[in-house]
Design a protein around this ligand. Structure first.
Ligand SMILES: [Fe+2]
Length: 259
């Protein structure tokens, strides 16, 4: 499994504040079967704003400590970028991508996607970036109308869903929306969005539930196959579902009569 959204890098945002806590969390993740994790610290102008060199220093320190502690996982740099006008300048200046890929994890205002959402995202698409909207199910506008997520996929925006949302950690409405996204094929990634405040089990539990309620392939696609494609460069389909739950074929009236 690969986790593409986490706040495990210590002392840079509202996630982990202690390198020992980060190491303990990485050890838990490794034990559960996580092979690769993106350390997607918040980047939010005026709130969590830093030079790329500052991020890299902390990233390398954690990587070295993890290696020394024999926690063999692939750690990749990443950022959760708050979408704002002209954010392209910061993305280009600091290379705020996920690893060396063109993918960028973005977030916006949870109380509703703002009116300038598309006009802020369009320059990023035009510059060749591949935006992934973080925890789409938590936006009020998407909760009201989940098919907005589908329309985003038609505008070349990928969707990420939090594992905790599928388990009800953010309330009933978010949970319902998260399952609507999964059941309709309107999400491409499940990730933890882990802030190192509690146990990490949600990601494993969510995968198990998708396995049970949808199918094994979808669980694998969202938790491993698509996340792996970020680094490998394999294309990730924006629309990938014909039918998730094929209806049983109805027998014709003649067969039903004589069954
Ligand atoms: Fe996050």
């Amino acid at each position: 499994m690969i986790d593409i959204h986490s706040h495990i890098l210590p002392s840079i945002d509202d996630g982990s504040q202690d390198i020992e806590d980060s190491l303990a969390q990485l050890a838990t993740m490794k034990a559960g079967g996580i092979k690769r994790v993106y350390l997607t610290s918040h980047y939010f102008r005026g709130h969590y704003q830093y030079e790329r060199s500052e991020y890299d220093l902390k990233f390398e320190a954690l990587k070295a400590k993890a290696k020394a502690a024999n926690i063999c996982m692939e750690l990749y740099p990443g950022f959760e970028i708050f979408l704002q006008p002209d954010i392209l300048i910061d993305i280009q200046k600091h290379s705020l991508t996920m690893g060396d890929s063109p993918y960028i994890l973005i977030e916006s205002e949870l109380n509703g996607l703002p009116n300038d959402f598309y006009s802020n995202i369009y320059p990023l698409l035009r510059a060749g970036y591949k935006p992934i909207l973080a925890h789409a199910e938590r936006y009020v506008s998407i909760m009201k109308k989940p098919s907005i997520a589908e329309s985003l996929t038609h505008r070349n925006i990928y969707i990420q869903t939090n594992a905790g949302s599928l388990l009800g950690h953010y309330g009933e409405k978010v949970m319902k929306t998260a399952w609507t996204l999964v059941n309709n094929g309107w999400t491409h990634f499940i990730a933890s969005d882990d802030h190192v405040r509690g146990n990490y089990g949600a990601f494993f539990e969510a995968r198990g539930l998708i396995n049970e309620r949808v199918d094994h392939y979808t669980a694998d696609l969202l938790c491993r196959i698509n996340p792996a494609s970020i680094a490998s460069g394999e294309a990730i389909a924006y629309q990938y579902v014909d039918v998730h739950h094929p209806r049983p074929r109805r027998r014709n009236w003649f067969k039903r009569l004589f069954a």
